[in-house]
Design a binder for this molecule. Structure first.
Ligand code: HEM
Length: 453
């Protein structure tokens, strides 16, 4: 049935395409196959058949038009299920639908006003760290600082967690969990072998769960004591949904899963986007100057610009969008046909996995001339980019945090550009991480910083 689709090269007996896929970053290997063989190819690995596609029409079919015929491939996220449980990213069906409605409300524009203030405070705190580096002459590890900042922002926006607590608790308990889960994606046996790494992982997860449960219960009590209080963060919004009697141990666990999902989905993604954007801008001083000029019109004094003013940070937005196109922080998403489906003459049997290849779409010269060049102007014209630019995908399972993320990053980038000059160290490189999604730099991106006059 899938025979009409060209087969990817390098297939071997027994293991199919597995060995070839493991020889490099799987999203780079498959991008090459798509370039060689056409917009859709098929491949096999033991136990699964995949269609891999960068065809905008087919992509729309899978994630928008016929989205009901597809489910997420949760096996691909298996290593993260322990941490994220039934959170939005890793659930399906009715539960996902209910939770999506609650969280979509939490990410509406009015909630984002709070994100702007939280982001401004966070970038100003980062200023103290950068000033110290400027005084000592030591270069700054931009990726590490962006991770810390975006963790502070998401922790404050979801949980009103003060920055010192976010700096202390989350890198200690949360980041090692994500690091181990990333390893388990490729070495699933790590989850079963009784090694020190497994014990450390189990202990950190139990401590993080206990910490979050403490936060949830304390907030629940506060809400009961003052039932009329306005929701202050996402935790309040999740709890408000349960105020009319829906409370149980299961709902408590679900709230905790959602908080962990927000922390997971909401910080390494944004920090990788910020790191790649700053990396690109330091190589294109003229574009950095344009960004400064735009930012200076919005950040005119010490006050916090209102949401309408912040929306005018168009050039910063274009730089971030171009970095998302060029560096593909989330290069692919995978869906599985839940029923037999058809797309034109193509019959897609139930169980077929479809790898939606945003990276190949973003690097296709037919859609993006000179795709390797960093050109923010691509996002400033009148021509809509919707069908060829999908870093947050689109459709019912699109990224719920996309506006949050772009708003936060526009503020951070603009304020940093206004306050500092950046000189990249010669060792910085475009090399991307080979196995982890979100895809950040393979080695640290470091820069010397100097306060501007
Ligand atoms: C540069 C930043 C980001 C990028 C590129 C990005 C990309 C994506 C993509 C591609 C998906 C779809 C995943 C799939 O279906 O397999 C997704 C889903 C999601 N993202 Fe983001 N994301 C970013 C930032 C954020 C932030 C800041 C948050 C939270 C504050 C967030 C929360 C989520 C959640 C909860 C989902 C699951 C939505 C659902 O399935 O209904 N993301 N994101």
């Amino acid at each position: 049935m899938l025979d009409q689709v060209p087969q990817a090269p390098q297939k071997l007996p027994l293991v199919g395409h597995m060995a070839a896929l493991m020889a490099g970053a799987p999203w780079d290997v498959t991008e090459r196959w798509l370039r060689e063989r056409g917009p859709t190819v098929r491949l096999q690995i033991p136990g699964a058949s995949y269609l891999v596609t960068s065809d905008p029409e087919f992509i729309r079919h899978v994630i928008v038009g016929a989205a009901d015929n597809y489910v997420k491939d949760l096996r691909a996220m298996g290593a993260f299920l322990d941490i994220l449980g039934h959170g939005l990213l890793t659930s399906d069906g009715e539960l996902w639908k209910r939770q999506r409605a609650v969280l979509a409300r939490a990410f509406r524009i009015d909630a984002l006003r709070n994100v702007a203030e939280v982001s401004i405070r966070a970038v100003d705190r980062l200023g103290a760290v950068l000033d110290a580096h400027a005084r000592s002459g030591r270069p700054v590890d931009i990726g590490a600082q962006m991770r810390r900042l975006t963790l502070q922002v998401i922790a404050e926006a979801t949980l009103q967690m003060p920055p010192h607590q976010s700096d202390d608790v989350l890198p200690r308990l949360y980041e090692p969990l994500v690091e181990e889960a990333n390893k388990r994606v490729w070495q699933p046996y790590r989850g079963f072998l009784p090694t020190p790494a497994k014990f450390r992982y189990d202990r950190s997860l139990a401590q993080l769960d206990a910490f979050l449960l403490g936060k949830i219960r304390a907030r629940l009590q506060a809400r009961r004591a003052d039932p009329g209080a306005r929701p202050a963060d996402m935790l309040d919004m999740l709890l408000a949904n349960l105020d009319d009697g829906g409370w149980s141990e299961e709902s408590e666990r679900l709230v905790s899963d959602e908080l962990k999902t927000m922390l997971f989905a909401g910080h390494d993604t944004s920090s990788a986007m910020l790191t790649w954007t700053l990396h690109s801008l330091t190589q294109q001083p003229a574009e950095l100057e344009r960004l400064r000029a735009d930012a200076a019109l919005v950040f005119t004094g010490d006050g916090v610009p209102d949401y309408e003013q912040l929306k005018r940070l168009d050039f910063a937005g274009a730089c971030l969008k171009e970095a998302l196109r060029l560096y593909n922080i989330v290069p692919i998403v995978v869906r599985e046909a839940a029923v037999d489906d058809t797309f034109g003459a193509l019959v897609i049997p139930r169980g077929t996995k479809v790898m939606v290849h945003m990276q190949a779409l973003h690097k296709d010269p037919r859609h993006w001339p000179e795709p390797e060049a960093f050109r923010p102007d691509r996002f400033l014209g009148d021509e809509p980019v919707g069908h060829r630019w999908l870093p947050f995908i689109t459709g019912p399972r699109s990224c719920v945090g996309q506006h949050f993320s772009l708003l936060e990053a526009k503020i951070v980038l603009s304020r940093l550009a206004l306050r500092y000059d950046f000189t990249p160290v010669p060792a910085n490189s475009d090399a991307r991480h080979r196995y982890n999604i979100p895809v950040g730099p393979r080695a640290s991106i470091c820069m010397h910083v100097r306060p501007r006059e």
